[in-house]
Design a protein around this ligand. Sequence first.
Ligand code: F6R
Length: 601
Amino acid sequence: MCGIVAYIGDELAGPILFDTLKRLEYRGYDSAGVAIKSDEKIEVFKSVGRIADLEKVYTGLGCPGDCMGIGHTRWATHGKPSDKNAHPHTSGEIAIVHNGIIENYLDLRDLLMEMGYEFLSETDSEVLAHLIHFYYKGDLFEAVCKALERVEGSYAIAVLAASSPYLVCARKDSPLVLGKGENAIYVASDVPALLPYTKDVIRMRDGEISRVYADRVEMMDLAGMPQPIQMERITWDADAAERGGYPHFMLKEIHEQPRAIRETVAGRISEIDGDVRLDLGMSDEELEALERVVIIACGTSYHAGLLAKYLFARAAGLPVDVEVASEFQQLQVRPRTLLLGITQSGETADTLLALKKAKTCGLPSLAITNVVGSTVTELVGSTIYTRCGPEIGVAATKTFTAQLVALILLSIRLGRARGHLTPDQARKMLIELTRLPGLVQRVLEKRETLREIAETYAGAGCYFFIGRDYLYPISLEGALKMKEIAYIPSEGYAGGELKHGPLALITEKTPVVALATCGKKIQSNIKEVRARGADVIALATEGDPDIGKVASVVIELPETRPVFSAVLATVAVQLMAYYTANKLGLPIDKPRNLAKCVTVE
Ligand code: F6R
């Protein structure tokens, strides 16, 4: 996904822009560019490929007055990856970087062409540069306001003019953060890019536009009305956004799961009451009156939603519909429905749009997200935050297990409010929950065994993951991880469904990972695939007397309640996918064609 940065201050802009752009690489990109104001002129450098390629074409180092600039990493949406389509886009003395989609760009483009503007790119963003140029009569802020009034769609922008002493930034439905340094302001799409420079940040809100000077920010709405500025102190250190000694962010983040789980649970449970403290913005009576939950999510977050289907039914007697956000049509309005959006980034366009659509029914709504102040939090009534710190690897790992934990907490709260769980039943679940980080740690300690198995099968042309019950969503998640980082075609299947078609794909060349900690039924599915010659790697509960008789290899996971064993199995399949991709020498943290945060439909 595109990333934006900007800088204004006393230092040379170029190196700071490159450094902050590199810190946004995890969002995925195909080209990059910077525009630097130098001696009342704007110099633009662009390149397809990595930031390192851009640095090679950058010749501006050391220009006097080079202390203001904007930069961009582009993930193509309108127009293929090319130097021309890369940002910044310019019009006269104006340069802009944009993240988002200008929906009415074709109309605006026609209009601007009639006025004589020449378009050099195929992007929707270039219209913004020309539109701002059209309105620019010496007051950049006013010109940007006027231009944005004409624009339909989403944007986070940073704008530079050769004759303007300040930068302009604006946001609507796309994240933008300003960081305050010593006589310097740093701008980025995301906080981790800013952490080496400052921990004091201002998250711009939708509809805000700012005049950014080195020593101050003036925040307004599009009508020019001053808006309050909320400075936030980031408590993660810069190290939290670095690899911390691991070869990849993904491996680091897999190992951070005990802490992420501990922090997601911290302060939220009361063993004495046998209950959970969550601010859901609804009374117990309202929770009791609920008749169903509709969950909207994408990708890995969707898999978390699928697990909630089993969990909420059992713990709270609540039926759950789980919807893939991009396929969400229209909610059948049924009162007493709770809407739940799950999105680690809080910015996934499909999820946000589906939630917006669903919300028109006036239902109570909740979100589970990892990003404080992200757009989803503005859409819903209340938010449950997972507390993982930033996740940099494109493949979701710690945010997924923390989502599962947040859902377990929510299920207990719902179960207690609805009288479906007794305090004693809830207490037992909570005690087990507090053991979970330690159990995850024990799975992490099996990394060498998992690595050896992964490396043995790294040459497979196709993988299967099978599971039942709580482990069915985890089989989907295991297959997704194997696909996205190891590029191995993989299927996640409910064990019982194999015989309804996919068994035809099973041969002696198809390794099957059987998630076997929930019940014995999976053993007959293991026998089915063994009979077709497949090797079966079973993830089973320690001491299971039977599994060794049916599986080719057994990895023992600590004994726990079934729903918690889903978390343990997740960690094991994450490690398998990781070591497979590592053996194949693939770019694990930035898999091809993928972006960390998908802010387009
Ligand atoms: C897979 C992965 C994606 C995301 C999906 C939704 O590892 O990370 O499938 O889960 O793009 O992202 P969020 O949770 O940010 O809405």
